[in-house]
Design a protein around this ligand. Structure first.
Ligand code: F3S
Length: 423
């Protein structure tokens, strides 16, 4: 791999041991990928927290050891300096405020706080969300990033025109220390053109619709790049967030184009560039119904947990939930958790939304989610969620039955304890 003089100096120790270890990792990683060089990045989103029981033994030996092992894949403990790139923390394992409700023991939250203090001193912005683009990290068009988390990556590439592959804990750790990431995959213009066509024949408008369309898209195109055209409306942060998260769950979609809406494609010709559509798929009423049915893994209509906020809710979504619950009371057998970034929870508190949701018996959670934390209210058997991604993963992860539907259907189930669905 070709290195600049600065990169060679980093490799040889000019920036200290941690930077040298990071550069060594990136060179090995880049060579394995066939990257010709590295590219500069000043936008890293990774996982730098220690919040799981498996990390406890390592954390007892200090946070330098945790970072060295988990974020640099190094057997040697190196002292971690201030990071070179702008870096943010993605989702964590425990809600800093509601950890007891999650069933976490005090040692776990102490460890998470210690790790947050350690990485915070080194420059990590502790956003603690899978949606950093909702709370201040919005990549500019063409910006080279190093992000983890499939739903964030597909939003970065498809909705914003930033450029990132799906990175891991180790490569984001190395990128944060060096300001470099291998130049391959979605960093290259030639790899960002569409190669599959989705013709949308049934109106797609609501969050439910976009989640279903995303699930269909991922299932049909797998890891390819879809170009979507047809009866599409209501394109905004929330609908694209749900579309991308669903497409990255049923398939491995990391990039897409919606001509006229997403930034790299004013037309289908722009979207395909030198490529052609190798396959065309039609999303019609039958496909929509099939996706809705596929996402239902439950048979028991008696629901005991409602999960809202995968990917993490925007402030408007939290406000809408508060409005739907206003003056009502959840069924006594149902728990309802609303997940949102910690920064948005603060705004939601100031806006009165948290108080209104909690008056109805719900809880506004931040920093984490049940699929990542693997922590649900005790005894949960049947969940309902408005997220295709959560409906895809949580039943398998938590061994529960799952219903998927609109926000209104989820709230209705929360109030009555019974799932009636949308159709
Ligand atoms: Fe975010 Fe957890 Fe969903 S990380 S995208 S809320 S599975």
């Amino acid at each position: 791999m070709q290195l600049t003089d600065t990169e060679k100096a980093m490799r040889d120790g000019s920036g200290g041991e941690a930077v040298a270890a990071a550069m060594d990792l990136l060179i090995r990683y880049g060579e394995a990928l066939g990257a010709e060089r590295l590219v500069e990045t000043d936008n890293v989103a990774g996982a730098f927290n220690a919040s799981t029981p498996s990390v406890r033994k390592i954390a007892e030996r200090g946070m330098d050891e945790v970072f060295s092992r988990l974020n640099l894949d190094s057997d040697r403990t190196v002292e971690i300096p201030r990071l070179a790139a702008r870096t943010c923390q993605l989702i964590t394992g425990i809600d800093d405020q509601n950890w007891a409700l999650q069933g976490a023991d005090p040692q776990m939250i102490e460890m998470q706080r210690a790790s947050e203090a350690f990485v915070g001193q080194r420059g990590v912005n502790l956003m603690a969300t899978c949606t950093p683009y909702q709370v201040g990290n919005v990549p500019t068009f063409g910006e080279h990033c190093a992000w983890m988390e499939s739903s964030a990556v597909v939003y970065c590439n498809g909705a914003l025109g930033g450029r990132t592959n799906v990175e891991g804990k180790e490569s984001t750790g190395a990128a944060a220390l060096t300001g470099r990431i291998p130049y391959w995959g979605y960093h290259l213009t030639r790899n960002r053109y569409g190669n599959r066509h989705i013709r949308v024949d049934v109106p797609v408008r609501s969050m439910l619709d976009w989640g279903l369309l995303g699930y269909f898209t991922g299932e049909r195109v797998e890891e390819n790049i879809p170009v979507l055209e047809g009866a599409l409306a209501g394109v905004d942060l929330v609908t694209l967030k749900h579309f991308g998260a669903a497409a990255a769950s049923s398939g491995g979609v990391e990039m897409y184009h919606i001509p006229g809406h997403t930034p790299e494609a004013r037309s289908a010709e722009d979207a395909f560039g030198p490529n052609r559509a190798e396959e065309q798929h039609v999303y019609d009423a039958a496909a929509r119904k099939q996706m809705y049915e596929t996402l239902q893994s439950a048979t028991d209509r008696k629901v005991d947990f409602i999960m809202l906020g995968c990917p993490h809710n925007s402030i408007e979504q939290v406000g809408r939930i508060a409005a739907l619950l206003d003056g009502k009371r959840l069924h006594p057998d149902v728990a309802l958790w609303v997940h949102t970034p910690r920064a948005i929870r603060t705004v939601a508190e100031r806006s009165g939304y948290v108080a209104r949701i909690e008056a109805a018996g719900g809880k506004v959670m931040s920093d984490t989610c049940p699929a990542i934390s693997r922590r649900l209210p005790p005894g949960v058997r049947v969940i309902a969620t408005d997220s295709a991604k959560q409906a895809h993963y949580l039943p398998a992860i938590a061994k529960v039955q799952g219903w998927f539907g609109s926000l209104d259907a989820c709230i209705e189930a929360g109030l009555t304890g019974i799932w009636t669905g949308d159709f």
